[in-house]
Design a protein around this ligand. Structure first.
Ligand SMILES: NC(=O)c1ccc[n+]([C@@H]2O[C@H](COP(=O)([O-])OP(=O)(O)OC[C@H]3O[C@@H](n4cnc5c(N)ncnc54)[C@H](O)[C@@H]3O)[C@@H](O)[C@H]2O)c1
Length: 244
């Protein structure tokens, strides 16, 4: 028996990186997984995985969220799990960030998870159960020089805790995960600067970068019934980097 037999899960950003690994892992555990992503080409690949349906979603569009949730409810009748994972990054400094950069980052990384919760929670309240995991970042907790990105992930941290307290009485759990530097297409650029990569690894107590598996396993735990009494939690997956 799988941990997610008969469960319906939406995973945003499910076509790449850690979202892609979550999609595989959740379907291996028996879930019917909706991999929702803006990248139609990569979506086609995940759509071929058994138990996975790839659906287009731009998380920054409220209309897209309304259509997606309606389609999932019309087809499968319920939504048990929502993983707000889709996101973009930037390493621009304060003086280089334009107003447009700021708005785009906030719209995708902060409004996206908010809109997801807004449109999924009513169904979960009706069911009197649901598990939401929002992917923040360790840069929301420590100063890593990622200005608008850190701000967008700080908002995810705050809305996760607020929603956990508001919807706990309705059986809806909301937790947040804070990955450190994880090897995905998002961090590919690090390979080009060998010295930065080496110094990052040296500065990490567990002496390596994180993998998509490290994060996907943490998310799986929080979304599963093994975490039935866990809500409002902040799980840092960074090899000990931010503990220093
Ligand atoms: N890789 C890291 O080191 C790291 C560290 C901390 C947090 N994170 C966060 O983890 C999450 C996943 O990142 P990843 O490293 O797997 O990156 P990735 O670039 O491999 O995957 C991100 C996915 O999100 C999708 N996406 C982007 N904008 C979207 C939109 N508007 N609507 C729908 N989908 C959209 C992309 O198409 C892609 O499939 C992100 O929220 C990221 O900020 C990553």
């Amino acid at each position: 028996m799988g941990k997610f037999d008969n469960k319906v899960a939406i995973i945003t950003g499910g076509a790449s990186g850690m979202g892609r690994r979550m999609v595989e892992l959740f379907s291996e555990e028996g879930a019917l997984v909706i991999a929702a992503d803006i990248n139609r080409d990569s979506l086609q690949e995940v759509d071929n995985i058994e138990g996975v349906e790839g659906l287009y979603l731009n998380v920054s569009s409220e209309d897209n969220w309304i259509s997606l949730t309606k389609q999932v409810i019309d087809t499968y009748g319920k939504i048990d799990i929502l993983i707000n994972n889709a996101g973009i990054s930037s390493e621009k400094t304060v003086q280089d960030i334009t107003i447009e950069d700021w708005d785009t980052m906030m719209r995708i990384n902060s409004f996206g998870p908010f809109a997801g919760m807004k449109h999924v929670i009513p169904y979960m309240m009706e069911q009197k159960s649901g598990a939401i995991v929002n992917i923040s970042s360790y840069t929301a907790q420590i100063g890593m020089g990622l200005n608008n990105y850190s701000a967008s992930k700080g908002a995810v941290r705050a809305i996760s805790k607020a929603a956990a307290t508001q919807y706990g009485p309705y059986g809806v759990r909301v937790n947040a995960v804070f990955p450190g530097v994880i090897q995905t297409p998002m961090t590919d650029g690090l390979k080009e600067s060998g010295e930065t990569l080496k110094s990052l690894i040296r500065a990490t107590p567990l002496q390596r970068l994180g993998t998509t598996e490290d994060v996907a396993q943490a998310v799986l735990y929080l979304a599963s019934d093994n975490a039935a009494y866990v809500t409002g939690a902040e799980l840092v997956i960074d090899g000990g980097f931010s503990a220093q």
